[in-house]
Design a protein around this ligand. Structure first.
Ligand code: GAL
Length: 754
């Protein structure tokens, strides 16, 4: 029977490479938990070379005689990069890619008693390993940064299963491929059974036991004539479970996965889900976090998906530019957030050996993730690389062979590029491009001009904005207005053209990068949120496209001050909203304004813009006149659904604290995000407040990053991790708002077995 244990604790870590057959006394190792970031860096202005070093992890493993009658496999979900795994000094596995999982079969070098598992990794940007060899606009943080598990198997195990729902709109059926692995040759009879459950565990269908002794791989099964099935969609992401059981003499194994029934297709007439057109409104996500690089645990990974779908209102995410955490993808499945997942790479294509490694990465990504209903497209080109017929013929062929149920894309930035994929996926930065768009009329390029194919093909815009207009959370109002305007214009152009399946904004949050990019502080300020996922104004472009029944949105794109803008102008005043109309009130004068369908005819919910064309007597005055409160009320179907007031004279009123959760596990990687907002008397942020907050936590908790933080844009956000069980307390002291305290209980880590 399979037994799996997650190996979180008791790892030893050191700089440099060392492969002893046993640990020597007196070496000063650091005791660490996984996932682990080999080098924690400051938020900004760090030296990239500190990351580009060799590192070693050790784990002492006790093996009994009984253990050795079984088969032990250590699975690494992600280690960056060039991992070598040794048992008692003998190399048992090697895996270069930093983003896909790998397994080490330990038995050949194991002995009864104490064994030393050693894992060496390298932060060096080795040009032989994708994505390295050129310059890269992000940091690849080294470490064993995803979980590691140890499983004990009988002589045969279920290595993987592929669940392909077919005919989902007419007669939902499950096609199942089961991949077995035998550790030793056996003639024993083997039988296999598959069962379909709801996500809550209600059994819906079970097959007969099937004799699979000596069967060819993979073993194919079908589950047909199913009871009523609910489809998976962004609004109703119904999930099911498939469990496969294997039995034989002394052999038992079980494998289960979640999946969903849905039909997804990119066509020349846009993207279709379950037979209905759906405009994709997406965002690019990197997987890094301030200070801890890639080593964020499950709760933090899941939160990103929740922010993207629930808080910001996107229906699509691209895992730029590599396969991302299974925890993130699981949450996408649960939330109904569609995903475009791609292999590791950035502009550069290496030699043939490098390309072969990249082809293998396609296989590893697809075999890991083919059961996620959220994933609707595989990215099988190196992001923004030039055409390369032979290489991309291979990546496409492999993707189609492994998973004929999904289409391929491959992100490019060149026009007239050879289309070997199913979808022409293009980064379009034409807006305000002085050469391609000198009169500034176009927000997106015309697909047929881009592809040069003389016919419409499935087409998706995979990046826009980003480096064309870097914007900080604390930037001034004029700058942030332009940031908002650019996102609005592209989104409107996407909705205007039914040939465009959708757009994916660059990008979700500000991220750490190399010195060849960004603002000199090793940060690219390209996010619609800052590095801590605090929304900038441009985020409300997307929030305001949601249906008002989900959440009415009323976001005034102003700090509402007399003198923040050039020439002390209060107008134009933009309000991002999904209301039918708004009322604006200044010193008792009330005026009604409607969404601007002239400038943004295609958006589901255009912004409302108050300017010289539609306001004549709103008393907003001029330099030297009175300055008054601004009140805005939003109406849907003649009902007031939301209201906001911007104070003429904002004063610090309260420090709003929101904490993601009240309980953490004591495992170092379970993290709670805390957001502090300095608010005025109308609950608006005080963007220019200068104050330092001091954080102090009890021993059960640890703050990720510094414990003294300054407000930026009226906000401070950080993560706290659970260290040891008990009643954790976090005191937050501000010289302006005084001291407040929040409680986070830390409990023992759940023991997970399989
Ligand atoms: C693209 C690239 C992204 C990011 C973006 C910035 O060229 O694919 O990774 O660098 O530019 O706008």
């Amino acid at each position: 029977m399979r037994h799996t244990q997650i190996l979180t604790h008791n790892w030893l870590f050191t700089h440099g490479h060392e492969v002893p057959s046993k640990l020597s006394d007196g070496h000063d190792y650091q005791h660490v938990c996984l996932p682990h970031n080999a080098v924690d860096v400051p938020l900004s202005y760090f030296d990239e070379s500190t990351l580009q070093q060799p590192f070693t992890y050790h784990y002492q493993l006790q093996c009994s005689k009984d253990d050795l009658t079984h088969h032990l496999i250590m699975r690494f979900e992600g280690a960056l990069s060039d991992a070598h795994v040794y048992v008692n000094g003998t190399l048992v596995e090697q895996h270069a890619d930093g983003y896909t999982p790998f397994e080490a079969y330990l038995n050949p070098a194991l002995k009864i008693g104490e064994n030393l598992i050693t894992v060496t990794i390298s932060g060096e940007e080795n040009p032989a390993i994708p994505p390295f060899g050129g310059r890269i606009d992000y940091i690849c943080f080294p470490g064993i940064y995803r979980p590691v598990s140890l499983s004990r198997f009988d002589a045969v195990r279920i290595r993987n299963i592929k669940v392909t729902p077919v005919d989902v709109l007419t007669e939902p059926t499950v096609e199942l491929a089961v991949y077995l692995q035998s550790f030793a040759s056996t003639d024993e009879p083997l039988e296999l059974q598959a069962a379909l459950f709801t996500d809550d565990g209600e059994l819906l269908k079970v097959t007969d036991w099937l004799d699979v002794s000596g069967s060819h791989q993979p073993i194919l099964l079908k589950l047909a004539e199913l009871p009523e099935i609910s489809l998976w969609s962004p609004t109703q992401p119904t999930l099911y479970r498939l469990m496969v059981t294997l039995r034989g003499d002394g052999i038992n194994d079980e494998y289960q996965c979640r999946f969903g029934f849905r039909e997804a297709c990119f066509t020349p007439q846009g993207f279709w889900l379950n037979g209905e057109p759906l405009k994709l409104v997406g965002v690019n996500r990197h997987q890094s976090y301030p200070y801890i690089g890639y080593a964020m645990g499950k709760r933090g990974q899941r939160l990103d998906a929740e922010i993207i779908k629930n808080e910001l209102g996107f229906n699509f995410v691209r895992t730029s530019h590599y396969p991302q955490s299974p925890d993130f993808l699981d949450r996408c499945d649960e939330l109904g957030l569609l995903v475009f997942e791609e292999i590791a790479g950035w502009q550069h294509i290496g030699d043939e050996v490098w390309q072969q490694a990249s082809v293998e990465n396609v296989g590893a990504m697809i075999e890991r993730d083919w059961n996620h209903p959220a994933i609707v497209l595989w990215g099988v080109r190196i992001n923004e690389s030039p055409d390369h017929h032979d290489f991309y013929e291979q990546t496409n062929a492999l993707a189609h062979e492994l998973d004929p149920s999904r289409q391929t894309g491959g992100v490019r930035c060149i026009s007239d590029s050879e289309l070997l994929e199913d979808v022409y996926t293009m980064n379009d930065f034409v807006l305000k491009d002085s050469q391609l768009n000198p009169d500034g009329l176009h927000a997106l390029r015309n697909p047929s001009n881009v592809t040069g194919l003389g016919k419409e093909v499935p087409y998706l815009v995979t990046e826009y904005a980003g480096h064309m207009f870097p914007t900080k959370l604390s930037d001034n109002e004029t700058w942030q207005n332009e940031h908002v305007m650019r996102h609005l214009r592209v989104l409107d152009a996407s909705f205007a053209n039914p040939n465009i399946s959708g757009t994916i904004a660059w990008c979700l949050f500000d991220y750490n990068t190399h010195h060849d990019f960004g603002s000199g502080d090793k940060i690219c300020y390209h996010g619609i949120t800052d590095a801590f996922r605090v929304p900038k104004w441009a985020a409300a472009v997307y929030t305001s496209q949601q249906d008002p029944s989900e959440r009415p949105v009323l976001k005034a794109i102003t700090y509402w001050t007399r003198g923040e803008r050039p020439e002390a102008k209060a107008l134009p005043l933009m309000i991002l909203t999904n209301c039918d109309r708004i009322e604006v009130e200044v010193v008792g004068h009330v005026r009604t304004y409607l969404p601007d369908r002239t400038r943004f005819p295609h958006l589901p919910h255009p912004p409302i813009i108050i300017d010289a064309t539609n306001q004549s007597d709103l008393p907003v005055g001029d330099w030297g006149y009175d300055w008054n409160d601004l009140k805005i009320r939003g109406y849907v179907d003649d009902l007031e659904v939301c209201a906001t007031t911007l104070a003429a004279s904002p004063l610090p009123q309260r420090l709003a604290i929101s904490q993601q959760c009240e309980q953490l596990q004591a495992n170092n990687n379970d993290c709670c995000r805390v957001v502090l907002q300095a608010l005025d008397q109308q609950d608006q942020r005080l963007p220019y407040l200068r104050d330092v907050v001091r954080l102090k936590c009890s021993e059960q908790l640890q703050i990720i990053g510094p414990s003294q933080l300054a407000f930026e844009g009226g906000c401070i956000a950080f993560w706290v991790r659970g260290m040891s069980p008990g009643a954790g307390l976090l005191a937050i002291h501000s010289s302006i708002f005084g001291t407040q305290q929040i409680a986070i209980t830390v409990v023992e880590q759940e023991v997970s077995h399989g």
